[in-house]
Ligand binder design. Structure first.
Ligand code: S3P
Length: 180
C-alpha cells in the first residue's frame, strides 16, 4: 500500500505513543519514526544526558527542527516526545500536516506505568506524580489543539487501541476501508 499521509501520536510521557505507533505502523506496513530516537541519533547522546549538559531549551530547539522535518518528509507513523506540543509551531505542523491522535491518559495512570523510570529527565524529581499533574494541566489543552482524534488509553491493550485507531482513521477516510 502507498502511504499518503502522516499519522502522529501526541500525549504525556508513558501514554503509549511509541508502542501504539510502532504497532499501528506494522499493521499498516508504513514506516515508523520516533522523534526522540531521531534526536538521540543526531546528538549521539541520550535525551537525559543532553538535558543535563545543554538544558531543556536546547532540546526544544532540536525537537522543533526534527518535528518540522519529519512532518514534512515522507509519510509515516510518527511518535512525538511528550513536550513537542509546547511550541506553537510544532502544534501547527502536527495539526496541519498530520492526522494526529492524542493518547489521553490521566496523570495517575501514567504515574503507575512510569514510577520506576529513570530515563525521563522531567520526572527525576522528589514528587513525580505532582509533576505529572502539572504537566497534564498545562498540556492537555495543547494535545487537544494539535490532534484530530482523542483516544482514551485506560483499559484497552495496545492491540485493541491499535484496532480502534485504525477504525477511526478508516471512518475519517484517512485509511481505505478493509474488505469485509
Ligand atoms: C519529554 C518527553 C520525552 C522526551 C523528553 C521530554 C516531555 O518523550 O521528549 O524527555 O517534555 O514530556 P516521551 O513522551 O516519549 O517520554
Amino acid at each position: 500500500m502507498t502511504t499518503l499521509v502522516h499519522v502522529a501520536f501526541v500525549g504525556l510521557p508513558g501514554s503509549g505513543k511509541s508502542s501504539v505507533g510502532r504497532q499501528l505502523a506494522r499493521r499498516l506496513c508504513w514506516p515508523f519514526m520516533d522523534s526522540d530516537h531521531v534526536i538521540e541519533e543526531r546528538i549521539g547522546l541520550s535525551i537525559r544526558e543532553f538535558f543535563e549538559r545543554e538544558g531543556e531549551d536546547a532540546f526544544r530547539d532540536l525537537e522543533q527542527t526534527v518535528v518540522d522535518e519529519l512532518t514534512a518528509g515522507s509519510p509515516c507513523v510518527l511518535s512525538t516526545g511528550g513536550g513537542a506540543v509546547l511550541r506553537k509551531i510544532n502544534r501547527e505542523h502536527l495539526k496541519q500536516r498530520t492526522h494526529a491522535v492524542y493518547l489521553h491518559s490521566p496523570p495517575e495512570e501514567v504515574f503507575r506505568r512510569l514510577r520506576h523510570d529513570r530515563n525521563r529527565p522531567l520526572l527525576q524529581v522528589a514528587d513525580p506524580l505532582a509533576r505529572l499533574r502539572e504537566l497534564y494541566a498545562l498540556r492537555d489543552p495543547l494535545y487537544r489543539e494539535s490532534a484530530r482524534f482523542v483516544m482514551e488509553t485506560g483499559r484497552p491493550s495496545v492491540a485493541s487501541l491499535v484496532n480502534m485507531i485504525a477504525d477511526q482513521l478508516e471512518e475519517a477516510g484517512v485509511l481505505p476501508a478493509r474488505p469485509e
